[in-house]
Design a protein around this ligand. Structure first.
Ligand SMILES: Cc1cc2nc3c(=O)[nH]c(=O)nc-3n(C[C@H](O)[C@H](O)[C@H](O)COP(=O)(O)O)c2cc1C
Length: 197
């Protein structure tokens, strides 16, 4: 995981807070304070109870399971069944599966205030995901990713992914790793807060 210096730099902020806590404990800059413990998204597992348990054991940042953005944006019933959270369930990144920028942005707008970031799943390799045009197939659509990040980063307004909310992607690495590097380099005008691989 890498981070850079942008307005809603979630990873950077969490690391700074963690170091500050370590300093406050007068424990100095121990090794633990140099790393974030992140609980990766896991369908069926990363639900509220599991996330709270992970936090109790020192997890700094939790992901939700992957949620289909189109259903989440369109249906209150889907929202109620797919995501439950609580005030102590922060910082939280909600992972979305979307093959259309509108779906991602619509879901992210509804998430504003309830989490700290919206992440696009570009890693799910399952056959149904390829059929639906979501998940790992997106690593072959760099122009789509560039457009989505640009629009999410514009912030505010109906299309805003959420001001103060991080936008990130979780990427399945290409067979040729150079393509992954190229994918991450593109769109430097609207860079991601962070990416996971
Ligand atoms: C049961 C299970 C469910 C998963 N669900 C998701 C998911 O919803 N979204 C995602 O991006 N990755 C998902 N993954 C992949 C994990 O987030 C992670 O990238 C992968 O397990 C590799 O990390 P590890 O080596 O620590 O296991 C899942 C993995 C497992 C084992």
């Amino acid at each position: 995981m890498s981070s850079s210096d942008h307005s809603s730099d979630l990873v950077g902020r969490l690391l700074r807070e963690k170091r500050a806590r370590a300093r406050a404990r007068a424990a100095g800059e121990d090794e633990e304070s140099q790393q974030l413990l992140v609980c990766a998204p896991m369908v069926r597992y990363s639900k509220l109870a599991f996330r709270l348990l992970c936090r109790r054991w020192g997890c700094d940042l939790c992901y939700s399971p992957m949620i289909l953005a189109d259903a989440f944006a369109a249906s209150a019933r889907a929202r109620d069944s797919e995501l439950t959270t609580s005030p102590s369930d922060r910082p939280l990144v909600v992972q979305l599966a979307a093959g259309r920028a509108e779906d991602f942005l619509g879901a992210a707008a509804l998430l504003r205030g309830h989490c700290d970031g919206a992440d696009l799943n570009c890693g799910c390799p399952q056959r149904w995901a390829w059929r639906e045009g979501v998940g790992a197939c997106l690593i072959h659509r760099p122009e789509f990713l560039r457009d989505l990040v640009r629009r999410a980063k514009r912030g505010g307004g109906a299309e805003g992914g959420g001001e103060g909310m991080a936008t990130s992607v979780k990427i399945r690495v290409h067979e040729d790793g150079r393509e992954t590097v190229e994918l991450c380099r593109q769109g430097s005008e609207h860079p991601l807060e962070f990416a996971t691989f």
